[in-house]
Every structure is written in C-alpha cells, then in structure tokens.
Design a protein around this ligand. Structure first.
Ligand code: SF4
Ligand code: SF4
Length: 682
C-alpha cells in the first residue's frame, strides 16, 4: 500500500476528529463540575454490565431488535481491532498487533472476527428491515440511521473483500488457517475467474483496503455530528452514572455563596447532563414506557433530551469561545472572564412548564434507557428552578405548599389531629413506651386520608396480633418531605427532613416501619444526606417476616373476591427492588385466595398509578387519566381484587374504579388488609 497516502489520510482524519471532539467537550467545561469518577471499580463494573455487556438490550418485549444492536456493538469492538491491523499492514504486510502474530490467539481472533463480520451484517439487516418495514412508533425514523446501517454493512463487505484478495496475494499469512470468511471469499473470487487475474486481484484488493480505511475514518469523523455519537459517549455516560441510590434525588447545596437553586440553563447543569444529551440514541424506549407520554401529556422524555441536545449544539460556538478565552487567560496567569453570553434560559422557553409538571417521577424512563440517561434528575432540577427562583407552579400547588409548610401535610388538616385515628387502638407513643423496638411512621395519608386510615388501623392490629413492640409519634410526627422535594421545593424538603432526623434521634428511634413506599424511599435513600442512619422497613417486608416466623398465621379456606392482581408501586419496586416481599405474602396466602393473576406490566416494567412526583396534588386535564390506564391494565387480567402496598396507588386505583362505577364488583385493597382478612377469617 502507499504509506505516504496512508499517513496523510490518518493524520488528516485524526486532526479533524480532534477538532470535532474539542467542540463537543469544551462546552462541558462551562457547565457545573461534579465528581463522577469516585469509586472507579464500581463504575467499571457498571460500564462492563451496561455498556459493554449491553444488559438493557435483552428486553423481553423487544428481544430481536435488542439482539441486533448487541451484535452490531460487539461486532464493532471485535472488528475494530482488525481495522488497526489493516492500517498497520498498509505499512508492513506481515505486521501484527502484539499477541496476534503467529499464535493460537491470532487464529482464535481471526475466526472470531469473521464470525462477527457475519453477525454485524445480520444485525444491520435486521435493524434496517425493522426501520423500513415495521417502523416502531417509539423510534425517530429518518435517513441518517438508515444510511449509517448501510455504511456499517458496506464496511463489513469491504473487509471481507479485502481479506479474500489478501489471502490470494499472501497465501502464507498465518491467520489464513482460521479466517473462514476470508478464505470463502478467496475461493469465490477464484471460482469466478477474478482471483486468477493479478490485475483484477490488485484492483479488488485496493478497493477492499482503501474502501474500508476511508469508510472507517469517515465514520469516525461523522460520529460527533450525529446521533451515532453515542457510539463514543455511551461508555463514559455509563461510567459517569450517578452512584447514589436509585430512588435518591441529589441534595442541593443551599448554604454556599454560589448556591444554584435550580437549573434554568446549560451553565447551571452538571457536566454529566451534556453527556446524557450526546448519548441519547433516539430509540424511544423511555417514551414508549412513560405514563405521561402514553396518556398524551406534553412530556416525552426522549423529546426532552433531544431538545436539550439541539440547544447544546446551537450554544456550542459561544460556549467554546468562552471556554477557550478562559483557558487562554489561565495560561497567561490572568483572571478568566467567567461570564457567558446571556439569554439562554431553557426552562419555560425550550422546555415548557407543562412538560416538567407532567412527570410522575416513576422512573420508567431511566429503567428502560439503554444508555442509563438520568431523566428524573434533569426534570426535578428544572422544577427546582421554577419553584425556588421563579415561584411559578400550577395554581393548585400554591395551597399544597402552604399546607405542607404550615400543617406538615398536603391536606392542610390540623397537625394536632394527626394522632386522632389511633385514639381507640391502644397505640403508645415513645413517651408511653420508651422501650419500643420499632417506630411505626404512619405518614400523611395514613394519618389524614379516611381510606388510608383504615389501612393504618389494619397494620396496627396486625402488629399487635404479632406482639410487635412498637410506638407511634402521634401528633409529633411530621411529613417526610418526599413530595415537596419531588415538586422542586428543595428548601422546604430539607427543613422537613432535618427536623425528622433530629426528632428521631432525640426519641431514641432505631428501626422505622412505614406502609408508604414514598416515605420508605425517601427515608432509605435520601435521609442519609441528613444523617438519618436508621433501619427502614416497608410494611410488606415486616408482614412477610411475621408470616415467616409464624407470628401471623393466615387461616385457610377464605374465598376472596375472585382473582387477585398485585400492582407494583414504582417507589417500592422499581426504585427499591421490593418485588419479592409482597409476592411471598401472596404465596403464603394462596390457601385463602381463589387465584392470583399477573399483569403484563409488573415488577420493573410496572406502570405508574399517576400520583408520584407530586402529581397526586395536581389536576390532570390533558389526555387520558393515568390511573385509568393502569386500572385497565390490571382489570385485563380478569382480577376482581386489585392489591397494592402504597397509599397513593390505593387512592388512585380506587378513584379509577369509582369512575368506572364498578366499586360494588371490584375491590381495591392494601396487602395488609388482605392479610388481616385471612387472619381473622373463620
Ligand atoms: S419518570 Fe416516569 S413520567 Fe417522568 S419522564 Fe420518566 S417515565 Fe415519564
Ligand atoms: S433517553 Fe434513552 S431511552 Fe430515551 S430515546 Fe434516548 S437513549 Fe432511548
């Protein structure tokens, strides 16, 4: 080959690539710094599982398409080594990478590479056929992805042509013993008569070689400009993924002088948000599972990330300009001009308020995103800006915030009526029972909502039946702060959380039981930000333990209200992996139930009831009601009893049944109530 031409080509391609990458990376230096490289081993592990192992692509709903992507991705890794080989052999035909000389490893690699060339071609054809003929609604269908797929297919074809002609010209190459695809191509060319003509062989060899090299270098330089930039950014995006617990929102620093009270523009976002934007593949898995989008609200998590990315690209020239000036000033030892051009607020402009308020924070987008984009953090940070900087919220939230602030509950009911529900139950407070083992944290719904007061009463009776030594704070209990935090009122949330931790410490609390997944999630995953290092137990875990130890014994023979279906609450299941406790309770109850049926969306793929993220307290005028959609999904199973383990879900599902006027026929129960029914059954 022509080494001078090759050198010129590579140097030009690398210079161009460096320039393009600088354009993508420099804006990140104008965003907020954040430590995302602590615990490197844990990060490498998640990168291996999700980026290299492509864990999220083996999805039961879309296995074929996922497999096609996996084949292409793994093929890129394997065939990429061969591209280095190929370029090196442009200088010296017998050159090899270390360990890939005349070794067994070289033979293994040659066979593997050929296998992956075939698999990549199959993968691209599957993906192309899907895009052209099936056209799934969730995907952004455009010419670019189709062209890229054809491009990849052509690179594989040229690689094969190169290998076939290489083996005709250099039959002594060691890997010929294992490179079955190259050998097959060589035989094909010889049988066709082309392989016997040196001039034709040389021409095909040059086409295969230069065609492959030019296509690879062009592809590399195109990547930073299209959605396929994710080929480069998905690995760092997964590596930089937050290591905080799944259900935790980041604590905002409200004390420091430079405190940012919410995110309104790119410069206020942590740099990882830009990596999220670059990494979106536009696959639409988030959108296809988003209850807000499915129920025709204005929010699409995919659109949100794509809009922000387009904005980032639009802002790239000015952000790069300031970044370079800052760098120059630093090098010269001068004070950098920190200011950036004004006028690029995205909240309310590019990202409309309605979009942000539509989110239930259910986490389905995050769970389904193959590249681990953190949508909820984007949304809540922008809500924080709306609430704390602009004071702009849907009208119905104004009294709700006041209620939280003044009465520590969303209903605005007197905080000194919090303990009214347990007056006749013989529940003791810590002052009356100083040796209590567990604190039963009742929560606002259990204390003030009539339906959930019944659940709290049932739970108390179960604990009393099992002789559990517990206490309730009664009127000293306050809201956990979960809802106000997700509504963006971080200042109020932090005050509530700090007050709770302080009270619990003063009261000698060690273990806390709660029947509310929202309280449970915020305690377990967020209270450590405020020193709340207690043991937190959801009531399903507690009941399961009491059944397991024989302290609760369900009686056989109870015939329930027909088939039972269990609805996984987002904040119990998806965010906290509590899938087994309720199922074990149900299996223990099988003697008392006619049937347990399973919805299509369950466990990690469960569908939100519509109440999370503070949506419980907002009007739902646009599109379908989310609780109705979930209720329909549950009723499709033929169930007559809808079971849940969350006060919000209970309210939402019961409302949906009332709207259908089927409350005489369909029961909605908390799992504790079902257990209680079986325990007291004749
Ligand atoms: S958290 Fe739920 S509602 Fe919000 S964007 Fe994600 S999927 Fe949609
Ligand atoms: S955010 Fe994730 S799931 Fe959504 S379109 Fe982008 S890559 Fe796909």
């Amino acid at each position: 080959m022509n080494p001078i031409l090759m050198t010129l080509l590579i140097v030009a391609a690398l210079c161009l690539f460096t320039y393009s990458m600088a354009k993508r990376i420099l804006p990140l230096t104008r965003m907020q710094p954040e430590v995302r490289w602590d615990r490197p081993m844990q990060r490498l592990k998640q990168m291996t599982a999700y980026a290299i192992g492509q864990k999220r692509f083996f999805h039961r709903f879309e296995f074929t398409h996922g497999l096609a992507h996996v084949l292409i991705f793994w093929g890129f890794l394997v065939v990429g080594i061969n591209t280095i080989h190929l370029i090196g052999r442009g200088y010296a035909i017998h050159w090899s990478l270390p360990l890939l000389g005349d070794t067994f490893l070289a033979l293994a690699y040659a066979a593997l590479k050929d296998l992956f060339v075939i698999l990549v071609m199959i993968g691209t054809l599957i993906a192309l056929a899907r895009r052209l003929f099936l056209r799934p609604a969730r995907m952004t269908i455009g010419w670019e992805p189709n062209l890229i797929l054809l491009w990849i297919f052509a690179m594989m074809a040229l690689d094969t042509l190169y290998a076939g002609t290489l083996f005709i010209r250099y039959p002594d190459l060691y890997e010929i013993k294992a490179a079955f695809l190259g050998v097959w191509c060589r035989s094909l060319l010889i049988e066709a008569g082309w392989g016997n003509n040196p001039e034709t062989v040389n021409m095909l060899y040059a086409i295969g070689y230069w065609g492959h090299v030019v296509m690879v270098l062009t592809f590399l330089n195109y990547l930073p400009y299209g959605k396929h930039f994710h080929v480069i950014t998905s690995l760092p995006n997964v590596f930089f993924k937050a290591l905080k617990p799944k259900g935790a929102l980041a604590k905002q620093d409200l004390e420091s002088e430079d405190a940012i009270y919410g995110v309104s523009q790119l410069e206020e976002m942590p740099f990882k948000r830009a990596v999220d934007m670059y990494t979106c593949t536009e696959c639409g898995r988030c959108e296809a599972n988003c209850p807000a989008h499915i129920s025709e609200k204005p929010l699409s998590p995919k659109r949100l990330i794509m809009d922000l990315r387009n904005h980032l690209k639009k802002r790239t020239p000015d952000m790069c300009h300031v970044a370079i000036d800052t760098l120059k000033a630093r090098i010269a030892g001068a004070k950098p001009a920190e200011e950036t051009p004004e006028g690029e607020i995205v909240v309310g402009e590019l990202v409309k308020d309605d979009v942000l308020w539509s989110c239930t924070t259910c986490g389905n987008c995050i769970t389904n995103c193959p590249t681990l984009i953190e949508h909820v953090d984007h949304i809540v940070d922008m809500r924080r800006y709306l609430v704390q900087v602009e004071g702009r919220t849907p009208g119905e939230l104004t009294p709700v915030f006041k209620n939280f602030e003044n009465m520590s509950n969303p209903w605005g009911l007197a905080s000194n009526a919090r303990a009214d529900w347990f007056e006749s139950l013989g529940v003791k407070t810590p002052a009356e029972n100083p040796d209590f083992e567990y604190l039963l944290y009742v929560g606002c719904a259990g204390s003030f909502d009539n339906r959930n007061k019944k659940v709290a009463t049932t739970l108390v009776k179960l604990l009393q039946t099992a002789n559990v030594n517990f206490a309730c704070l009664g009127n000293d209990e306050s809201c956990c702060g979960e809802t106000v935090r997700r509504l963006g009122n971080e200042y109020l949330a932090q005050a509530m959380m700090e007050a709770n931790v302080s009270l619990w410490k003063d009261t000698g609390v060690k273990k806390i039981i709660t029947a509310c997944p929202h309280c449970f999630n915020t305690f377990k995953n967020e209270y450590e930000q405020f020193g709340g290092d207690f043991t937190y137990i959801h009531h399903t875990e507690m009941i399961q333990a009491l059944l397991g130890s024989g302290k609760l014994n369900p009686k056989p023979g109870l015939n329930g209200n027909g088939p039972v279906v269990y609805h996984d609450a987002c904040y119990l299941g998806r965010y906290n992996n509590i899938f087994e406790a309720p199922r074990k309770i149900l299996s223990r109850m099988q003697t008392a139930l006619t049937d347990v049926v399973t919805p299509e969306r369950e466990k990690r793929t469960s569908f939100c009831c519509g109440a999370g993220g503070g949506r419980m307290w907002m009007e739902e005028h646009i599109g379908e009601r989310i609780n109705k959609l979930r209720c329909d999904q549950l009723l499709e199973t033929g169930a007559r009893t809808l079971l849940t383990a969350c006060p919000y879900c209970l309210i939402m599902l019961e409302d949906a049944i009332k709207d259908k006027e089927r409350e005489d026929e369909i029961k909605v129960m908390d799992i504790a109530e079902l257990v209680k029914t079986a325990i007291t059954a004749p």
